[in-house]
Design a protein around this ligand. Structure first.
Ligand code: AMP
Ligand code: ZN
Length: 439
């Protein structure tokens, strides 16, 4: 049975009555739009083109009148073109390189950093973390928002923070044990790597006092959650965010681990059809669009995240009134088109981990066969539990995984078991796809 953590005042906005929340959102949106229109040329031009002025925005429902903002807009205005505050009021810069091209730059005023700390603290409170917890921040510190984001929220809550950053896995394990760490934050793929390292060193992570994991910055499946929870004896919670909006802390699971609550007093979520841009009703799957309602340095109006999810309006058992989104398993731009079929890396992960004893370390390699058709090979690390040294056992295990993946994606795949520890590990976000089709 899930126990609901004690109420903490920092989370008060999570429980606002709907009507009050909508009023707050409406007021904040009006202010945000005015600020963006008056200070940022791109917003003024786009709104003028659409024939909208700040006076047309009276309630939160008017948000659909506003134009979208895209990642390219951040690149095109690099570095400071979307700032609505003068630089002397900007106290922090972060940047994200994303997967392609020039970095995007984001800025925060002192108040923006305070809001960021507050929302991350609200994530942690939802998990059940308190000021008595010792939080090891193994997200990268630096221009990436993960490290400093979690650091700020955990500090705000009064936790003891261990700012180790990513990497040096043996040291991570030593500090977790010696400092009696009770909460760890990093990407889920890095935590899987930490578990692996522990096994290699003969350490059972279930003996550690860790209770909570704050895992995000990349998609991960229920199967990986299950693997982490089993192997490390912790509860693995999802945390969501993106640099353009603030970094981690846009939303997070509560103790029920059933979708991520969006802190919608600061970040307003909508779902649109990614092909047409049309707004879709709650409960429909589509692309998540987020607007900041309080960010002064860099307001984001209707930012197209490319993340695919659904807004869930069902009340949550925890009592929070803010809406939830389903876990994000894919982005509209990480879709692979293989022989015309749409495939997401997360589907492959699910297929692999549905097979007992399979390892979560895998890589997808695409190329073209002699017939010119796309071929997909999935390389999965062998585990001693699953196979012995015989060719027959390897072949049988490969077949099982092959079958499990094909059932999900509807395409035949080649599965190759490779030696343990031969697939690259990541201390941050994992890139699992090698596409040699156009080489
Ligand atoms: P960045 O701004 O570089 O931190 O990247 C943000 C992107 O990371 C988001 O738009 C998502 O695609 C992905 N992301 C962050 N958190 C999660 C999460 N909890 N689950 C799935 N994807 C996530
Ligand atoms: Zn909840």
């Amino acid at each position: 049975m899930t126990t609901i953590p004690a109420y903490h005042p920092v989370s008060a906005p999570d429980y606002l009555p709907q009507k009050q929340l909508r009023e707050l959102q409406s007021q904040r949106l009006q202010r945000m739009v005015k600020r963006a229109y008056e200070n940022v040329e791109l917003y003024r031009t786009r709104m003028t083109e659409k024939g909208v002025t700040p006076d047309d925005i009276r309630t939160i429902d008017d948000i659909v009148k506003l134009p979208f903002t895209m990642k390219n807009d951040l690149r095109d205005t690099y570095p400071y073109g979307l700032f609505a505050s003068p630089l002397n009021e900007v106290v922090r810069l972060h940047a994200s390189s994303g997967t392609t091209g020039k970095p995007i730059v984001v800025g925060y005023t002192k108040e923006d950093v305070d809001v960021w700390d507050e929302v991350v603290a609200r994530c942690l409170v939802g998990y059940g973390v308190t000021d008595a917890d010792i939080v090891q921040v193994a997200y990268g510190y630096g221009l990436f928002t993960g490290g400093l984001g979690l650091h700020g929220g955990a500090s705000k809550l009064g936790c003891t923070v261990v700012p180790i950053s990513g990497g040096n896995t043996e040291r991570q394990l030593m500090l977790m044990r010696d400092f009696h760490v009770t909460c760890v934050g990093c990407t889920p793929s890095y935590f899987v790597h930490i578990i692996d390292k522990a096994l290699q060193m003969g350490i059972n992570m279930r003996d550690f006092p860790i209770k909570f994991g704050a895992f995000g910055a990349e998609p991960w499946s229920e199967e990986v959650r299950h693997y982490i929870e089993e192997q490390a004896g912790i509860k693995a919670f999802n945390i969501y965010g993106l640099s353009e909006i603030c970094g981690p802390g846009v939303g997070a699971e509560c103790c029920f681990q059933d979708g991520m609550h969006i802190f919608e007093d600061h970040f307003y979520p909508e779902i649109i059809d990614p092909a047409t841009g049309e707004a879709l009703p709650d409960g429909t799957e589509g692309e998540l669009v987020l607007s900041t309602l309080s960010k002064d340095a860099m307001p984001m109006l209707r930012y197209r995240t490319r993340d695919i999810t659904t807004i869930d309006v069902e009340p949550c058992a925890c009592g929070r009134t803010i809406r939830r989104i389903r876990p994000i398993r894919r982005r509209s731009d990480d879709m692979l088109i293989i022989r015309g079929v749409n495939v997401f890396p997360s589907q492959i992960e699910t297929g692999i981990l549905r097979v007992d004893g399979a390892s979560p370390h895998f890589q997808i390699v695409l190329d073209k066969g002699p017939d010119g058709l796309d071929r997909i090979e999935v390389r999965v690390e062998a585990t001693p539990d699953a196979v012995d040294d015989t060719v027959a056992s390897v072949e049988q295990f490969q077949k099982k995984i092959q079958h499990s993946i094909s059932q999900i994606i509807g395409l035949s795949v080649k599965v190759t078991l490779v030696q343990p520890y031969t697939i690259g590990r990541s201390e941050g976000k994992m890139n699992r796809v090698v596409d040699n089709r156009n080489k």
